[in-house]
Design a protein around this ligand. Structure first.
Ligand code: SF4
Ligand code: SF4
Length: 340
């Protein structure tokens, strides 16, 4: 079985981790079934967050009584010490446990350090001394904050978006983590749904021995696809290489990753669903993109105020309003039966 060691944490786990954001969208019973099936299939690392509504609660239900058999990572998005402790206590209670294997700052817009006045890194150290957390990590979508975290030597893991669509700078970040002895947790390994070949995604990740992808899993079919990769890991064959090259040609560059950090939008536009619509339709023609509900969401783009708030918050520096208008134009053409 392929395993990964998460840097100096010493955590050794299956090369596939479970990203528990999507289990928010299913009921308790379905979530428990998925999570237990994942464990039975060999997955032992589960990543959740205080911000993922009832995801922690569902993990708590699924794994009560078998805590020591799995690794649990969670996150706090708090920016005050009071919020930090409140989040941590809620998280531990939801998860029905008295410790986390890894606690991460959730996409802060700065890199918390001791003595920076925020008191946040000090909270992590205290929580570690108290035995409530075992390791300290950080997640981010901003390359500069991520680089600062690696260079600081303060963090045992970095969680960052990483897939075969990664830029050269992002691949360098992954390599820097390895040199620094940090574990690298790869989120968005399918680039938020744009990559639809799980074998290619898996084969790419397999090339980086210190990288732990956490696959965001909501359906049993998706889970079974990744579990089959555990049983028979896909290799980087010439066919898979060709798939990756083709996707890179089509997708690399200025595309919306669907992260949602530009939201909320004062005009009520669901930017993370709408700004990537043209790509979604091109890659996976699907009824789901053309439902009445989705059409209403897309038409909301017409009410854009051009306030620019989304531009200032997008970690990928996209011109979001422009991108939305382009997507709306493509969408209208699809609705009118024209090829895009
Ligand atoms: S520019 Fe348009 S899409 Fe962006 S935040 Fe303002 S109203 Fe929303
Ligand atoms: S426009 Fe930028 S911030 Fe907004 S969802 Fe897309 S990638 Fe994320």
């Amino acid at each position: 079985m392929n395993t990964v060691t998460l840097g100096k944490t010493g955590i050794v786990t299956n090369k596939n981790g479970f990203g528990a954001l999507p289990v928010q969208r299913v009921d308790d019973q379905t979530a428990v079934r998925l999570l237990r099936r994942a464990y039975e299939g060999g997955i032992t690392f589960f990543d959740t967050a205080r911000a993922y509504t009832d995801s922690e609660h569902k993990l708590g239900l699924a794994f009560e009584g078998m805590r020591e058999k799995i690794f649990i990572a969670s996150k706090t998005g708090s920016v005050t010490p009071e919020g930090f402790w409140k989040d941590l206590e809620t998280t531990l209670s939801n998860l029905k446990t008295d410790y986390l294997d890894l606690y991460q700052f959730h996409n802060p817009d700065f890199c918390p350090k001791p003595g920076d006045g925020s008191g946040m890194y000090e909270c992590m150290c205290q929580a570690k001394e108290q035995g409530k957390i075992r390791h300290i990590g950080i997640t981010n979508h901003r390359l500069l904050v991520a680089l600062e975290a690696v260079e600081s030597g303060l963090y045992e893991t970095l969680q960052f978006p990483f897939s075969y669509l990664a830029s050269r700078e992002e691949i360098e970040l992954v390599e820097k983590c390895q040199k620094a002895g940090m574990g690298f947790i790869a989120m968005k390994g399918l680039s938020g749904g744009l990559i639809n070949n799980s074998a290619a995604a898996y084969a790419f990740m397999a090339q980086f021995e210190h990288v732990l992808p956490i696959w965001g899993i909501q359906r049993e079919t998706e889970l079974e696809e990744f579990l089959s990769c555990i049983e028979a890991p896909p290799a980087m064959t010439p066919e898979i290489s060709a798939v990756i090259e083709k996707d890179r040609e089509q997708l690399q560059g200025d595309f919306c990753r669907g992260c949602g950090y530009c939201m909320p939008c004062p005009a009520g536009i669901e930017i993370n669903a709408c700004a990537r619509m043209s790509l979604m339709i091109r890659r996976a023609p699907s009824e789901a993109q053309l439902t009445k509900e989705m059409q209403e969401k897309m038409m909301q783009i017409e009410h854009c105020l051009h306030c620019g708030r989304c531009i200032s918050k997008c970690p990928y520096h996209l011109n979001t309003p422009e991108l939305l208008q382009k997507n709306l134009k493509d969408y209208k053409e699809i609705l009118a039966g024209k090829p895009i």
